[in-house]
Write a protein that binds this ligand. Structure first.
Ligand code: GAR
Length: 200
């Protein structure tokens, strides 16, 4: 079975959804490592509880981004990681890192890309007055929130929705969509041609 690393910086609800999907057999892989850059992140407690190895790698402990990423790569190699799932990892990986794991890094974004890129996508869609937003799982390339799209799901913004209720709907969609994208990827069913991902 392949080894997956999840990268997260915060709450970790997607991390937990991925761990529980693996347990349920929705996809066949080991969640072997959590990579986290934030010692205060809630996701750390979730990983401990689930008995998953943690690599807590703090940017401020390294003189450069290159050295910070070199440490992460060392930890990934040690655990023989073949697939990376970014789940609220609030750092941009360098082109060198992305190249090393080309088409083996997935990211989840809480909007229908290319709309509402960035760190506050749910709020941005809500404040903009959008009627529809959603969730995107995509391969990571050198540009932020940009790589080839694997799966998307639309989420309606009803007039009764508050920011909080929208956030809940988005997370619910994320927790279903991300394991599904991981499954397709692990089963070798994603063919990437330029920007297009063909599901075979
Ligand atoms: C998720 O909504 C994810 O889509 C988002 O961070 C949240 C993490 O929540 N990622 C981005 O905004 C990346 N641009 P979680 O820690 O509960 O999984």
């Amino acid at each position: 079975m392949k080894n997956i690393a999840v990268f997260a910086s915060g709450r970790g609800s997607n991390f937990s959804a991925i761990v529980s999907a693996a347990k349920k057999g929705i996809f066949k892989a080991n969640i072997s490592l959590l990579v986290c850059d934030n010692p205060k992140a809630k996701v750390l407690g979730r990983a401990k509880k689930a008995n998953i190895k943690i690599a807590l790698v703090k940017r401020q402990d390294f003189p450069s981004k290159e050295k910070f990423e070199a440490e992460i790569i060392k930890r990934l190699k040690k655990e023989k990681i073949e697939l990376i799932a970014l789940a609220g990892f609030m750092r941009i990986l360098s082109p060198g890192f992305v190249h090393k794991y080309k088409n083996r890094i997935l990211n989840i974004h809480p909007a229908l890309l290319p709309s509402y890129k960035g760190a506050q996508a749910i709020k941005d869609a809500f404040d903009y007055g959008a009627k529809v937003t959603g969730v995107t799982v995509h391969f990571v390339d050198e540009k932020t929130d940009h790589g080839p799209i694997i799966l998307q799901e639309a989420v309606k913004i009803e007039k009764t929705d508050t920011f909080k209720s929208l956030e809940e709907k988005i997370h619910k969609a994320e927790h279903k969509l991300y394991p599904e994208a991981i499954r397709l990827c692990l089963e070798g069913r994603l063919e990437v041609r330029g920007r297009k991902v063909k599901i075979i």
